[in-house]
Design a protein around this ligand. Structure first.
Ligand code: AMP
Length: 619
């Protein structure tokens, strides 16, 4: 039965607010809700546009924002202003991107800091949080339109391996889209719920969730007992999926036909058209044995057997991941009670067959593999709405959490794959006589040296009474809540001095900042978001000015007078725009200065290497 509520101010009857479940995917996103009468989760198909909303955002020159299929059309014609795969950037710094820095069709900005990446579109700079918020706003609008009711609350899913920073960024994106995010749920957990696993409190099962999408692969091993979900282990490859199958087909066709190879090498439109044909062939071969089409009069043929041979290495890579995940969980393939298929690419028959063979049982694929995560999120939303009290969710932390100790070493406090919520602590002491402050630096990662891990926070425990080294007893406790948000507290036991922080990703948004932005978004949305960004832009600019000026001072002899003059002009320009408070103008000036001066560092380095080599004989 649908619940009703009476609005006392207007004396009107309102339908009970719906809490939606959202699958915010790398390639595609979906929103689902629990049908109040039928009690089944349904993926929302507003205006017959389909349930799948491509996670693509396009900005027109007039400032209009398009999301979904409408935006996807611009991927080819206007790539610089069309943002895809933003999920890959969520909660990440430029350094985190490693070798994938240049693999985006749009501009990802390196501002030389450890801060989160920004994306430049025309002359504006966006954070991945803002871009994800655009996708969420679209999903919210579609849900409101289709259900004819306000939608203010949601459950959003994330990959099981997402770290704190990425989970927090997802929450922030939700808030920025005007949604109260009731829970962040792991995608494999949601998929299991969609298959009704976990709804019976007496059930005990071990489950493998195999998720092969367009561009990512994840395998998760879950355990369900007494209505509690536990993620035993996860593994995967963030750059492996159906797109790679399309590429294999494309390359097969171009290997076969020189004319075709020349055509795609010369004409990007033809290359894109061929890529689409390859995807069409792949999808067709999920149903039939042979595919035939043509492009510019060239015949394109593919049969199932050849396709299977082409994609075997891709599938093998996913199976290697499955083996690793099982090893981490200490289990054998046959010990899985249930195997669940998620993601559009699991429709490929060879994928289904290989996975079923590996685990020794037929995998579940009755539900639409594109929708299954969003359906499970809708079930979780229903649980949180108080409609089901029989399910509790328990996840694991994907990476070790610890603090820095002497010599820059990582001291692990909560090991990876620990069940959350959890609490753990350790005792430390001072290393110097009379030491009254202690710096606590919190890191996440598996390496021994903290510099190779990700720093989450840093704070000082101040006011420790002066004592000889080794005397104070400092307890450091980590408290990780069900959403994967970490609270760190430090207390000196002899004096009772204490300090605590809630760990937010570096340069991320605090809850207060997000709340503030949300309230202001009602009246002047963009303006308020940009206040914070102006501050960040100014900091970036000031760091840049400091670096460039020091560089020119020290290494001016290696620069030409023209270069020095141009640098001076660009520095001056940046100084002029700093007070304007316009983040895009500031970041643009930073960009200009950076682009102009970045070759200098390398040149100077080469000169010094040469100098160092002079006079040295190579034996
Ligand atoms: P997802 O990221 O889960 O939305 O999955 C999208 C991927 O699934 C894309 O690579 C699609 O080409 C692929 N896909 C969708 N339908 C099919 C199909 N019938 N057969 C094979 N692959 C498919």
């Amino acid at each position: 039965m649908a619940k009703i509520a009476i609005n006392l101010t207007t004396a009107s009857i309102q339908k009970e607010e719906v809490i939606v479940g959202i699958d915010l995917g790398t390639t595609n996103s979906l929103v689902a809700y629990m049908h109040p009468e039928d009690h089944v989760p349904i993926a929302i198909n507003d205006l017959g546009l389909g349930t799948i909303v491509p996670s693509v955002v396009h900005f027109s020159s007039a400032g209009e924002v398009l999301v979904g299929d409408a935006a996807k059309e611009y991927l080819l014609t206007d790539p610089a202003n069309t943002i895809y795969s933003v999920k890959r950037l969520l909660g990440k710094s430029y350094q985190d991107l490693g070798n994938h820095k240049d693999s985006f069709g749009y501009k990802v900005i390196d501002d030389n800091s450890e801060g989160l990446v920004k994306i430049r579109v025309q002359d504006k700079f966006y954070s991945p949080i803002e871009l994800s918020a655009e996708i969420l706003k679209e999903l919210r609008a579609r849900a409101e339109h289709a259900l004819k009711t306000p939608v203010n609350r949601a459950v959003i899913t994330v990959p099981a391996y997402f770290n704190d920073s990425q989970r927090q960024a997802t929450r922030d994106a939700g808030k920025l889209a005007g949604l109260e995010v009731l829970r962040i749920v792991n995608e494999p957990t949601a998929a299991s719920l969609a298959y009704g696993i976990g709804l019976d409190p007496n059930e005990e099962k071990t489950i493998a969730v195999y998720d092969l999408g367009g561009g990512t692969f994840d395998i998760s091993i879950l355990k369900i007992h007494q209505g509690i979900f536990e993620v035993l282990s996860t593994h995967g490859d963030t750059y492996l999926g159906g797109d790679d199958m399309d590429r294999e087909i494309l390359e097969f066709w171009t290997r076969q036909n020189r004319l075709l190879a020349d055509l795609v090498a010369l004409d990007p439109n033809a290359a894109q058209a061929l890529r689409l044909k390859a995807e069409e062939a792949k999808k067709a071969l999920s149903q039939q044995e042979k595919f035939k089409a043509e492009l510019n009069g060239i015949e394109l043929k593919l049969d199932r057997h050849t396709f299977d041979t082409l994609i075997t290495p891709i599938i093998d890579r996913t199976m290697a991941s499955c083996q690793m995940a099982l090893k981490d969980a200490g289990l054998q393939p046959e010990q899985m009670d249930t195997v669940i298929m998620v993601g559009g690419s699991t429709r490929v028959p060879l994928v289904y067959q290989t996975v079923s063979d590996f685990f020794g049982k037929p995998a579940h694929n009755d539900l639409n593999p594109d929708e299954v995560v969003s359906l499970g999120a809708a079930i979780q939303a229903d649980v949180l709405a108080g409609n089901r009290k029989d399910i509790l969710l328990l996840d694991v932390t994907p990476l070790t959490l610890g603090i820095e100790t002497m010599g820059g070493l990582m001291d692990s406090i909560i090991p990876r794959n620990s069940k959350i919520p959890t609490k753990a602590g350790r005792q430390y002491t001072t290393s110097v006589d009379g030491q009254v402050n202690m710096k606590i630096s919190v890191y996440q990662g598996e390496r021994d040296l903290v510099k190779e891990n990700r720093k989450l926070a840093e704070f000082d425990l101040r006011g420790i009474p002066a004592m000889p080294a080794g005397f104070p007893k400092v307890d450091v406790n980590f408290i990780l809540n069900a959403d994967g948000i970490l609270k760190v507290e430090a207390v000196e036991l002899r004096s009772g001095v204490r300090q605590e922080v809630e760990v937010k990703p570096q340069y991320g948004l605090t809850d207060e900042q997000v709340e503030q932005m949300l309230m202001d978004s009602i009246t002047h949305a963009r303006e308020d978001v940009s206040t914070r960004m102006v501050i960040e832009a100014r900091t970036t600019a000031e760091q840049m000015l400091y670096q460039v000026e020091r560089f020119v001072e020290k290494n001016g002899e290696h620069l030409s007078p023209e270069e020095i003059e141009l640098t001076r002009q660009n520095v001056q320009r940046l100084r002029e725009v700093l007070p304007t408070g316009d983040k895009d103008t500031i970041l643009k000036a930073v960009d200009v200065l950076e682009e102009q001066t970045s070759p200098f560092a390398e040149r100077v380095m080469q000169i010094s290497i040469k100098k160092a080599m002079t006079g040295k004989k190579i034996e």
